[in-house]
Design a protein around this ligand. Structure first.
Ligand code: GDP
Length: 298
């Protein structure tokens, strides 16, 4: 991802290399390139404005450090700002003092929640936990089935409403799952919730009600990295409707430039915690802001 952004920045920085000091014209030329590259990477316009504004201010006001030439100095500033927006340090999962830890997933339909639920369970198992998946997406007839398949692939138990009992109440299912997890000694509960293709008041309320009922330790907002400019609108709607504690970027293996990462992190101020990078259970990693920034600037 970000190939185009890094290529352009590298080309711009080449022009700056070897200059004794940066003129305002040099900085503005660089900023124009960064701005264009970010827009091409589908970073939302207000985010581009805020980001380039900070880079410009710092590039003009900071003393060029003795060890760096001006081009390297700008690279460093861009790197610092990228790491800053992307959350600084890797933000680890917050585990409950008294198990089970409850992790709720929210996001649009097709964002990758169910797949992520499996990957998270698979990863938690490898870390020595006993996760349980909970099917609180009762909106789509096939969703429970899909979670069961994912659970099998992850080697994790799935808690779902009994078949034949009608659609079931997702809030009840989520609440019951906590008691079952306690009795069966599952130390992490991962609650998959329903999403629609567009933002939907009723389902947003349902997610908010599940949240109130199970009082999760983490609410992870799963967003498709390919969503581009829509990332801001979607993230704001979920922040407002459900509130979340962290972000998971899915489909980072696609050919998106990944601008959604910058947009969501900047507008919500929430850390990106995990990246989902394919359809297999192991295509999952903790998100490292510094590595992502390196990748952007490489
Ligand atoms: P949900 O509706 O939010 O539960 O989304 P799903 O988990 O059902 O995912 C929707 C589609 O995206 C499925 O076909 C998944 O196989 C696919 N998918 C999910 N995560 C990834 C990913 O990280 N990379 C790729 N390439 N596909 C993914």
């Amino acid at each position: 991802m970000f190939n185009s952004l890094s290529d352009r920045l590298t080309a711009t920085f080449k022009n700056l290399r070897g200059k004794g000091r940066l003129s305002e014209a040099d900085v503005d030329a660089t900023i124009r390139e960064i701005r264009r590259a970010l827009l091409d990477a589908d970073v939302a316009l207000p985010v581009v404005r805020a980001f380039t504004g900070r880079i410009r201010e710092r590039a003009l006001s900071e003393e060029v450090s003795g060890a760096l030439n001006p081009g390297q100095q700008v690279v460093k500033i861009v790197n610092d700002e990228l790491v800053g927006i992307l959350g600084g340090q890797t933000r680890r999962l917050n585990f409950a003092k008294r198990p089970p830890t409850v992790i709720m997933l929210a996001g649009l339909q097709g964002a990758g929640k169910t797949t992520l639920a499996g990957k998270l369970a698979h990863w938690l198992k490898s870390e020595g936990h006993r996760p349980m998946l909970v099917a609180a997406d009762l909106q789509r007839p096939n969703a429970v089935n899909q979670l069961q398949i994912v659970g099998e692939r992850a080697g994790a138990v799935v808690f779902a409403p009994e078949p034949g009992n009608g659609v079931g109440d997702p809030i009840e299912v989520a609440t019951d799952s906590i008691e079952v997890a306690k009795s069966k000694l599952h130390d992490v509960v991962i609650v998959d919730t329903a999403g629609r293709l567009g933002i939907d008041e009723e389902l947003m309320q349902q997610a908010a009600d599940i949240r109130s009922a199970v009082n999760p330790d983490e609410v992870l907002f799963v967003i498709d990295a390919m969503i581009g400019q829509d990332a801001v609108k979607t993230a704001e709607a979920f922040l407002d409707g459900v509130d979340f504690t962290g972000v998971v970027l899915s489909k980072l293996d696609g050919d998106s430039r990944g601008g959604a990462a910058l947009s969501v992190a900047e507008v919500t101020g929430k850390p990106i915690m995990f990246a989902s990078t394919g359809e297999s259970m192991k295509d999952f990693e903790q998100f490292h802001p510094d590595r992502m920034a390196d990748r952007i600037l490489d």
